[in-house]
Design a protein around this ligand. Structure first.
Ligand code: ZN
Ligand code: ZN
Length: 432
């Protein structure tokens, strides 16, 4: 059915309905064939971070078709769609657009065969983080909200964000002047595909839901020598081994037991062959936590332990391990009042049994930036269940970024559009 026809029926029938606005599930169901097709096209054509040219074009084109004013290439390939619908709050709803540089191994009929170039090398491309589901849910919600525009008043601010996987896109769009140019929203909403929740359910947590993420590099120096003359060396491999073990005590001994943090050494590189003691080893770490003060403790201890190990090895001052701490992406905090409202919306839309109180995770997501500017926009980021029934029953649950991950499109999209539209509609009609 065409949107115009749907709109007519809706306007006609809604004048007889009293009480808080409820999403019209028929509008969403009737739009599903279109959305599933759109989803499969996106899944087949993934573009990696900072290369989302065709993807953003497709989204911009579809938004314009339903009446949004669209700005393209805003902060990289970012797009901003505005739909003004009378006086009311402004609500930001964001999707990310990028895929990952990896080969898909799902064997789906619509699996990605595309390749891209990354740092001069050919790589596969795959939507293994479900950003194709996010984009299609976002487009479906835009279409549904326009079709139901007599049920709400305000401005819908839709963000198509590039480069989420490298933690850069949200910052790029904010630094391009997102809030200065399009206004500071009253609320911000976002969602992420869940690789553990069944399609048809959503997970919504209150407070901290995703961690802040920080990279740390440590260069461990030493004095190289022949592998047979270790007494002539200060061996950075032995030193690094001690350092890796010592770092394990930060979470167990220095972080308050009621708080949480992760310190993971993800790579350790040094040396070339067995009979040479090298003069340098590099370690790369990821550090996760929810709170600023916990992160400070972790960073302080990383520096102290690195220096301590250097002193114990007898390194001179100019060869002490070098700790390079990179800027941390903030944690995602679900504003409690707004979260309560969104939980009510989801419950009324898909039933209490399908709304899960989800635990926080140490993954991170740069959606957090939208709520961390000086304006402190209240935000909610929720999990959209995507796991197909058969996989759920078998317990076959590949995680995000796995080459085997894929969502069940129909149910995930229907649930995503229904819950998001209901949440937006309720927020447009709520005074907080
Ligand atoms: Zn991801
Ligand atoms: Zn993601």
């Amino acid at each position: 059915m065409r949107i115009a026809t749907l709109l007519f029926i809706l306007v006609f029938t809604s004048s007889f309905v009293a009480g808080p606005p409820i999403v019209d599930k028929k509008i969403i169901k009737d739009d599903l064939p279109f959305l599933v097709e759109f989803y499969k096209t996106r899944h087949k054509n993934p573009e990696i971070s900072l290369q989302e040219k065709g993807t953003s074009k497709a989204l911009a084109t579809e938004l314009r078709k339903v009446g949004f004013t669209v700005t393209e290439n805003f902060g990289g390939y970012g797009i901003v769609g505005v739909f003004k619908n009378g006086n009311g709050p402004t609500i930001l709803y964001r999707t990310d657009m990028d895929a990952l540089p990896m080969y898909e191994k799902t064997d789906l009929a619509y699996q990605s065969q595309l390749k891209a170039t990354l740092n001069g090398e050919e790589v596969g491309t795959m939507h293994s983080c479900g950003h194709d589901i996010h984009m299609t849910t976002w487009l479906g919600t835009a279409r549904a909200m326009v079709a139901m525009k007599d049920k709400w008043k305000g401005t819908l601010l839709l963000i198509g964000q590039p480069a989420e996987e490298i933690g850069a896109g949200a910052k790029m769009m904010l630094e391009a002047g997102l809030y200065q140019k399009f206004g500071v929203p009253n609320y911000g909403l976002g969602l992420h595909s869940s690789p553990t929740l069944p399609a048809g359910k959503v997970g919504i947590g209150k407070g901290f839901v995703m961690a802040s993420s920080q990279s740390v590099d440590i260069n461990v120096y030493g004095v190289g020598s022949h592998g047979a003359s270790p007494h002539m060396s200060i061996d950075p491999i032995v030193l690094s081994s001690m350092l890796v073990m010592e770092l394990q005590t930060i979470v167990s001994r220095n972080v308050k037991p009621t708080e949480s943090a992760v310190v993971t050494v993800g790579t350790i590189r040094g040396g070339t062959v067995g009979n040479i003691i090298p003069d340098m080893v590099t370690l790369k770490l990821t550090v996760r936590s929810f709170k600023e003060e916990v992160l400070e403790v972790v960073n302080k201890r990383i520096k102290e332990i690195a220096r301590g190990v250097g002193i114990a090895a007898g390194l001179p001052e100019d060869k002490m391990p070098e700790v390079i701490i990179r800027e941390a992406g903030p944690a995602n905090f679900n504003n409690p009042a707004m979260t309560s409202r969104v939980i009510q919306s989801a419950t009324s839309a898909i039933g209490k049994e399908n709304v899960i109180d989800e635990e926080p995770v140490m993954l991170s997501e740069d959606f957090s930036y939208y709520g961390q500017t000086e304006h402190k926009v209240p935000t909610v980021f929720y999990w959209l269940g995507t796991v197909p029934d058969a996989r759920m029953k078998k317990g076959d649950l590949p995680g995000l970024h796995s080459p085997f991950y894929y969502p069940q499109p129909e149910i995930s999209l229907e649930t995503g559009v229904t819950v998001t539209s209901q949440a937006l509609m309720d927020l447009f009609n709520t005074k907080m």
